[in-house]
Design a binder for this molecule. Structure first.
Ligand code: NAD
Ligand code: TYD
Length: 352
């Protein structure tokens, strides 16, 4: 094997796309997927590649420092792509401790394990930390973009925990010389996203004729990127990004929530063979999310100019592929929306 890559959180949404890309594109890399399999981790996301000879799954918790040290030694890990995290803002509002534990302490445990394993032998080593544009705070509706030098200003417990983990990664680079790179990406969409997030949640609710809970007035703006484009950016940056650098990843694709929701309704109704706009009546305005950031928008020119990455998919095409995937993969959806998640969802939306 040419090198051994540890991908954390590989059973989650983005992680599964990254694992799939690396396992298929780099047969001479050994890919070790380390995942705790929380509610968001799902091995069904990787069924198509799980038997590949260069793929290994290890169930474990990034917060378990001793287990991480053992893992680095056992597999002779020389690269890390760190995606494992608690990722949903609404959950972070209800349970900030879990976010601090996993996102901050877990990242720290992983950093310390890498530092210890690699020592001064830094050649060919890389710790790649996946972060979010939410660390930059919120933009006004009438302009501005987050660049790599925008001051950190997180508002939710989720973004505060991600900001903290980013700072630890930089601290390990600056203090101990750990070869590290960070990327901050905008909202992802596509197959295998857990249906607590806006797009899969709404596709599933439209299918079942359930209310579509729009927070506030639906005026918040998000910048959407197709998940496979994110995975390609990660591949580019893992191999060619410069140590100590930060790169923003985004598709210059801003949508007001309510406008995006109307597109999702239109495409889903069409693919279900319903009359145009039939599901518009499901739109239900509910109490806004506490501390709801108004607008996110990423300036990804550095990535394009330095490394030549650009999103490959137009939004209309991406959303069509996405809706089609969820409608064609109902067992996947039904499997995770039963049981524990169903109870969480009922509780979450009660009183909104
Ligand atoms: P996800 O919630 O779908 O997946 C997270 C994965 O991490 C799951 O498989 C889960 O089991 C695993 N995990 C959680 N805690 C763990 C622990 N303690 N030890 C080991 N594994 C653990 O998340 P996602 O949307 O795929 O996001 C992946 C990463 O990308 C996160 O770091 C997130 O902050 C970042 N990110 C996400 C988006 C987005 O739009 N989803 C945008 C930018 C950045
Ligand atoms: P989400 O998918 O949770 O991503 P994030 O909060 O990380 O941006 O939400 C995307 C946008 O959609 C955000 O502005 C909140 C809003 N939203 C709703 O209006 N209703 C919902 O049920 C959900 C989950 C989100």
């Amino acid at each position: 094997m040419k090198r051994t890559l540890l991908i954390t959180g590989g059973a989650g949404f983005i992680g599964s796309h990254v694992v799939r890309l690396f396992v298929t594109k780099y047969p001479d890399y050994r890919i070790v997927n380390l995942d705790k399999l929380t509610y968001a981790g799902n091995l069904a996301n990787l069924r198509d590649i799980e038997k590949s000879p260069n793929y290994t799954f290890v169930r474990g918790d990034i917060c378990d420092y001793d287990a991480m040290r053992t893992l680095f030694a056992e597999y002779a890990v020389d690269g890390v792509i760190h995606l494992a995290a608690e990722s949903h803002v609404d959950r972070s509002i209800r349970d900030p401790f879990t976010f601090a534990r996993t996102n901050v302490m877990g990242t720290l445990a992983l950093l310390q394990a890498a530092k210890e394993a690699w020592g001064n032998a830094r050649e060919g080593k890389r710790f790649y930390h996946i972060s979010t544009d939410e660390v930059y705070g919120a933009l006004p509706l009438d302009g501005g973009l987050f660049t790599e030098t925008t001051r950190y200003d997180p508002h939710s417990p989720y973004s505060a925990s991600k900001a903290s983990s980013d700072h630890f990664v930089r601290a390990f680079h600056d203090t101990y010389g750990l070869p590290a790179v960070i990327t901050n990406c905008s909202n992802n969409y596509g197959p295998y996203q857990f249906p607590e997030k806006l797009i899969p949640l709404f596709i599933n609710n439209i299918r079942h004729g359930k209310p579509l809970p729009v927070y506030g007035r639906g005026e918040n703006v998000r910048d959407w990127l197709y998940v496979e484009d994110h995975a390609r950016a990660i591949d580019t940056i893992f191999h060619r990004g410069r140590d100590g650098e930060t790169y923003n990843i985004g598709g210059f694709n801003e949508w007001r929530n309510i406008d995006l929701i109307r597109v999702v309704i239109r495409v889903t109704d069409r693919l279900l063979g319903r009359p145009e706009g039939a599901s518009e009546k499901l739109i239900t305005y509910v109490t806004d999310r506490a501390g709801h950031d108004l607008r996110y928008a990423i300036d990804s020119r550095k990535l394009k100019e330095e490394l030549g990455w650009e999103p490959s998919l137009q939004f209309e095409e991406g959303i069509e592929k996405t809706v089609r995937w969820y409608l064609d993969n109902q067992p996947w959806m039904d499997n995770i929306t039963s049981g524990e998640y169903e109870r969480y969802y009922e509780e979450m939306y009660q009183g909104r």
